[in-house]
Ligand binder design. Structure first.
Ligand code: NDP
Length: 405
């Protein structure tokens, strides 16, 4: 019987997921795209129809409402829900999936709108209920988290007996021509990068001031870039699942102009997430700022340059030290030419589709709530090569200093 797929969220990532599911219609069957603003769903559906010939249904939904979601899942008869709305909606969508006994996938871990803090606690807490209901939840199936978790599992399976250190590197050398804009949802992005840094070493989390640690990594196909240590959610699950790990850190590149704008916005209070009163109206500064900034989905046609995201892992194989960099390079313009979205939405949406494809095809199966490194990485790695995100492995000799700060 033909499958039924429900995608929730019609932003930059939702656009890519809709395109990619349509391009794999044999697996995804009947596709419905639901989001808060119906016109955005309709625009995406029109483009998908024009480019692929596949029709997708569109529906308006408030994904903060469990009853609305239950009705939507029931009416569509979905076999899987791909959540690419915002992290604020993770728990309501998980609860609706559990009620309807339907598999669940997302790309970012839960965050409460009033607290700029993200962690897996509340999603992992649903593991038992998901097991009892006989359904699977796949958490963080974007690029980072997502592909970076799969790269770690692949390194563990094929390159190491023990991995000692991992540096996850996220370089976006794209240029959209605006003085300041974010490549995905501005609120989520600015909350992430303005938070304190954190990394894990010898069993402990070590906190740093925001952007306090800078290193220059030399990214293949891009060149040297200033990279800043941030806390990033995949580290929380990787420290549980990677054997022998002694340290894991995450670095992201930022240009000087981005950081200067961000510092200035922070200094004047525009990154605040508490309500303030303005001429008798209550506003949240960060939400107001997000309204002013360019919609990330609109960056597609103007962004040029490449991304390089990978994992730099060191450890032991057959008693000898080994160092590898497993990475993927995407070109913003090529992404736009294929699915009308820039590289950051593309590199998130393609892995969301792949995770869902492996679930629907029964290649990744389980009952409960999972992170990606808990499954065999090989089928996911094969799909990345086929679906538009080809990857490479660079092995470094012991005395080599390529890449390394
Ligand atoms: P956008 O802001 O472009 O899109 C979010 C979409 O969700 C919008 O269409 C929005 O509706 C919709 N939405 C928000 N609230 C609700 C609600 N209550 N009910 C229904 N729909 C709602 O974000 P992106 O597409 O850039 O990002 C999507 C997700 O991907 C985010 O969770 C983000 O954190 C994650 N992400 C993950 C990455 C990874 O590598 N793992 C990287 C980048 C992003 P409306 O149009 O009305 O605003």
């Amino acid at each position: 019987m033909s499958k039924k797929t429900l995608i929730v969220g019609a932003g930059g990532v939702g656009n890519v997921v809709a395109f990619k599911c349509a391009m794999n219609a044999d697996t995804f069957g009947d596709i419905t795209l639901a989001s808060r603003t119906l016109s955005k769903c309709n625009d995406i559906a029109d483009n998908v129809k024009m480019r692929t010939g596949i029709e997708i249904e569109t529906v308006q939904v408030d994904a903060d409402s469990v009853p609305e979601l239950i009705e939507l899942i029931t009416t569509t008869g979905a076999n899987i829900v791909i959540n690419v709305a915002l992290p604020y909606q993770d728990l309501t969508i998980m609860d609706a999936c559990q009620h309807c006994c339907v598999d669940y996938l997302d790309t970012a871990n839960y965050e409460h709108p009033d607290t700029a803090k993200f962690e897996y606690k509340e999603q992992w807490a649903r593991d038992e209920e998901f097991r009892k209901t006989n359904i699977m939840g796949l958490l963080g199936s974007g690029f980072d988290p997502g592909v970076t978790n799969v790269f770690c599992a692949y390194a563990q399976k094929h390159y190491f007996d023990e991995i000692h250190t991992i540096d996850i590197l996220d370089c976006n050398a794209g240029d959209h021509g605006y003085p300041f804009a974010t490549n995905f949802n501005p609120e989520i992005n600015l909350r992430e990068v303005s938070a304190k840094g954190r990394y894990w070493e010898n069993g402990e989390w070590i906190e740093t001031e925001p952007m306090a640690i800078k290193q220059v990594w030399d990214y293949p196909e891009i060149g040297p870039k200033d990279s800043y240590l941030l806390y990033h959610e995949e580290m929380e699950s990787l420290v549980k699942h990677i054997k022998g790990l002694k340290r894991i850190r995450f670095f992201m590149t930022f240009g000087e102009s981005y950081l200067t704008h961000m510092k200035c916005l922070e200094n004047v209070g525009m990154l605040g997430i508490k309500e303030v009163e303005h001429k008798g109206q209550k506003i949240i500064p960060m939400e107001f700022l997000a309204t002013l900034l360019p919609d990330p989905a609109s960056l597609g046609p103007r962004t040029k340059g490449k991304t390089n995201i990978g994992i730099f892992a060191k450890g032991i194989k057959d008693g000898k030290e080994r160092t590898v960099y497993i990475y993927q390079v995407s070109d913003h313009e090529q992404c736009y030419a294929e699915v009308m979205s820039q590289g950051v939405s593309y590199t998130t949406g393609v892995p969301a589709m792949i995770g869902a494809k492996l679930m629907l095809e029964g290649k990744w199966q389980g009952k409960g709530v999972f992170n990606l490194e808990e499954f065999d990485p090989d089928p996911f790695m094969e799909e990345l090569n086929v679906q538009g995100l080809p990857w490479k492995v660079m092995e470094l000799q012991a005395d080599e200093t390529r890449l390394v700060p």
